[in-house]
Design a protein around this ligand. Structure first.
Ligand code: ZN
Length: 100
């Protein structure tokens, strides 16, 4: 799945139209632009594929993408519960996309 697909599904659940600008995506903690973890290519929501390791990558480099919303949301819940019990981890890497 791409970040755009995820944001579109989340927006639809809220009864909103397809997100189109930074503000729309920010509402779901989704950045409009990111860099591929592996090759460094600049990605926008439509070609950014979030990976299970928390980073995003382009389609070519994608190794462990989320295949559906169920998988995506299971990961979000896992992260949320991890954050309840531990201090927020500091990620110095700008390309780390912390999605909730
Ligand atoms: Zn890449």
């Amino acid at each position: 799945m791409t970040l755009l697909e995820i944001a579109t599904i989340l927006a639809a659940r809220d009864g909103k139209p397809e997100p189109t600008n930074g503000e729309d995506f920010a509402a779901y903690n989704i950045p409009m632009f990111a860099g591929c973890q592996y090759c460094g290519e600049t990605l926008a929501v439509y070609n950014a594929h979030p990976q299970h390791n928390g980073y995003v990558s382009c389609k070519q480099c994608s190794r462990a993408p989320f295949v559906d919303m169920e998988e995506w949301e299971a990961r979000q819940e896992l992260e949320a519960s991890a954050h309840d019990s531990t201090q927020e981890e500091a990620h110095d890497d700008d390309n780390y996309v912390h999605l909730r």
